[in-house]
Design a protein around this ligand. Sequence first.
Ligand SMILES: Cc1cc2nc3c(=O)[nH]c(=O)nc-3n(C[C@H](O)[C@H](O)[C@H](O)COP(=O)(O)OP(=O)(O)OC[C@H]3O[C@@H](n4cnc5c(N)ncnc54)[C@H](O)[C@@H]3O)c2cc1C
Length: 461
Amino acid sequence: MGIDYEPESTGTIRTDVLIVGSGPIGAVYARKLVDAGHNVLMVDAGAQETEIPGDHKKNASEMTLNEFSSVIQNDLTPLSSSSSMPGAAATLAIGGMSTHWTCVTAAPHPTLEAPKLFPEAQWTPLLSEAQDLLNTNSTTYDTSTRQENLKNVLNASGHSFKSTPLACQKAEDGKIVYTSTSTILSPIFPSKNFTLLPLHLCTKLHKQNGAILSASITSFSTNTQISVIAKQYILAAGAVLTPQILHNSGMDNELPALGRYLTERMVGFCQVRLDKKFSTMGGEVNIMEGAREGKKWVTTINREAHQYGQLPEDVDGSDVLDVRCMSVVEPNVENRVKFGEKGSDGMPMPSFTVSPSNDDLKVAAKMMVEMQSLATTLGSFITEPTIMPLGTALHLSGTTRAGTSVENSVVDVNSKVWGVDNLYLGGCGVIAEGMACQPTLTAVGYALQSVERVKTALQSE
Ligand SMILES: Cc1cc2nc3c(=O)[nH]c(=O)nc-3n(C[C@H](O)[C@H](O)[C@H](O)COP(=O)(O)OP(=O)(O)OC[C@H]3O[C@@H](n4cnc5c(N)ncnc54)[C@H](O)[C@@H]3O)c2cc1C
């Protein structure tokens, strides 16, 4: 074990780097820092729920779509049911949301969605490394005649659908292995430089003279309080629970943008039974059309497990596809998460103040029209188009956004917290732009930039 681990006698652990959160972003930091020879302790409030720590649950056992949807539903802990973000939720487990995510890793549109903080020449290699780390490819279903046919028909009517980029690999036996925390950690796990502690909740950071001195951790496994003393600290606990730790550490006043600029896509959803001319062809379908000038949303056509959209068991789903649209929502300083009374885990509970702008609602209306039109081309509705409750996308961003000053952001271009020498934030919270496409790939890009700054700081000590 690459840390001084003696909590029984002193209650203190010393390490080079503490990472809070074992989702894919925490995993990227761990992988790169352990690869560089540093000692890393990763703590996660959740339990290890798969045999291989942080594995995608679809890899761990075969399940029907309905069964996997139930897994997702059970794994999501609602963050605040009585607020303007009823869909907001977290996954408390080793691997975080990567234990059940859908693995869509489309690149952000270079001018509409990509981070403006990075010049193109800096962003392109970060994006490319992020794609490699996540095993992104667009060929998973390319042998499917149904997918090819649907693309041809839709694109002949003016669309530009492509095979969806997915974070997964096809094994030799044809089985799809979905990328998760376990994939990212696999080269360093086990390793003498890396320790992963499940059921360890980080409650507070202690700061003095512009640096974090230690972190307070509650061990649910031993019912003890631990102090971790690290050289560098990384919080990658999700877009709501990362600000929660900073709030609980009394850092709101010095970080006025903390929890603000909360941005979440609006989701439009419907289900379509394919016309007979498509239903004779076999194969999976997973295609998407990105955002572009004049179209501020992405459209995905597939059948996937989500926390919503299950078909009744007696309905034959073999000819049914989900059509899902997600919009670009422009960041707004007034949209925010706040923290109030303490919950059962002793942490302040989040509540949300978010209202879509008129422009957001106009885009949502256009998504409804597009779903109607797509359904007419493809077949007929099983489930009519609807705009889902806010938060349903589970792609919250902006709450710890990166920027150019402490007035408009929480972290700098290296994801280092303004005014604190040794504290970095990872995850979708740092994404500053409104994006329609799925956020994890972009968050990995930010983390890869950040990790170089952490390495430099460790080397100079
Ligand atoms: C059903 C579903 C489908 C999705 N599909 C896609 C998709 O197709 N494409 C895409 O890009 N994104 C998708 N996402 C979102 C994606 O999963 C997240 O963007 C990604 O997991 C974020 O990674 P993260 O490491 O920042 O945070 P998380 O995965 O949320 O991990 C955060 C971890 O921090 C831990 N934690 C929280 N607070 C504390 C604390 N105080 N102390 C210790 N540990 C703590 C949690 O237990 C958790 O394990 C999907 C999400 C869901 C739920």
